[in-house]
Design a protein around this ligand. Sequence first.
Ligand code: SF4
Ligand code: SF4
Length: 90
Amino acid sequence: MKRLLKMALLITETCINCDMCDLECPNEAISFGLEIYEINPSKCTECVGHYDKPTCQSVCPISNCIIKDPLRVETEEQLMEKFVTIQGLV
Ligand code: SF4
Ligand code: SF4
């Protein structure tokens, strides 16, 4: 079976700073950067461990504003390990 690639997400310059996503991120991975909101890839699990799909993408009103970061390819297992570390479960 073909496996889907997982990776941390990235906010693009189409962001309108509406402030919808940062409050919804379960890992507190989103914060305001120099000009637009940014995702800290070390905290983004693509919502693995919390939700079935990235909640920031679900709440963002701008189509394709939050995308997968091609430089941050991670496996489901790596994202789950990151979730466990963030939650302090180890
Ligand atoms: S995908 Fe989930 S963990 Fe990653 S930034 Fe979006 S809301 Fe946060
Ligand atoms: S929800 Fe989308 S448009 Fe709004 S701040 Fe987050 S990334 Fe930017």
